[in-house]
Design a protein around this ligand. Sequence first.
Ligand code: PLP
Length: 387
Amino acid sequence: MNVKELDATYIAGTYRRFPVEIVRGRGSLAWDENGREYIDMGSGIGVTAFGIADEAWQQAVIAQIGKVQHMSNLYYTEPCARLAQMLCEKTGMAKVFFSNSGAEANECAIKVARKYAADTHGAGRFTIATLQNSFHGRTLTTLAATGQDAFHKLFNPLTPGFVHVAAGDIEALKAAHAATPLAAVMIECVQGEGGVLPLDRDYAQALAAFAREQDILLLVDEVQTGNGRTGALYAYMHYGLAPDVVSTAKGLGGGLPLGATLLSARVQGVLGPGDHGSTFGGNPVACAAALSVLSRIDEPLLAEVRRKSDFLFAALRGESGVESVTGLGLMIGIKTVKPAADVVAACRENGVLCLTAKDKVRLLPALNIPMPVLEKAAAVIKAACAL
Ligand code: PLP
């Protein structure tokens, strides 16, 4: 059997895969089993921050694999400690809990919020508000946090203790808190899976101010928006927010599984020994990979992300078959007149790999995609959208 037949026979049918097998890549280029070249405008859904098999990342991973590939969290390891230091120094947060995915990073954020609220306000205050149309993961608790009924209906009963309020409506949040006192509010600054929709800045600031006033923790899900994706290290920095907890994953490990939950000074002591844990969380190879990624997300790189973002917005906005372009940095959603799936298929046939988010074409290229490659991809996407 070839790979597609093996997959169809033996892999659980949870993914609607594109009809392409990627066998190797370099930076923003990828090749299929027939040697056909593609420009990768999805970077593994925002994971390969510096492209596929980038040299510095490879060297960091290989060097660490040759020293120690795993130790339990019962022992100290250097990459984990150094990465936590770098995350805290770059954000002003106080402590980090490492896990393996975005959903787990959010699970930790939720546990911190529940314990903080119980410690501070008593056992009755545990409800967490999230926004309608949000996406926070696929575990039963992060599904409960996700504000989209389509993800809920097959798996009831979900974890209780979540309410979903309309994004942009501060009165809805206040009403939710009046009805059931909130432990926390969790937001994505740009809803990714929800259709690449940035939150309104005034709303985000009003939400943060209300949360602070009422001792409701502000949890920011930076799983997709984090690690330079939006042209700031974390998207909350664009919004002038001071979150209590930040969860991130995806691009942080650059292609190895790594989640991180960043805790502010206010909540740094909430979890004590035995309160939470993970066998693989803080794995030295994943952390060495992340050190290579994070140390390269500096101001010149972020300025490059913003410049490439401006180029893509200008190249696509107002073009034939393009209804709107939304997003922030290199996280872009294109509402097309043609069905998004048809546009993505046409792009693929012309050598460009794109994603969808709801009814939009979604672009999440590597942060360092070379300008000539980006220009070529934009021309193909424009042609695929055109009527
Ligand atoms: N949160 C957000 C905002 C995401 O976009 C995702 C994944 O797309 C997740 C959480 C879940 O991350 P993971 O698939 O790594 O569990």
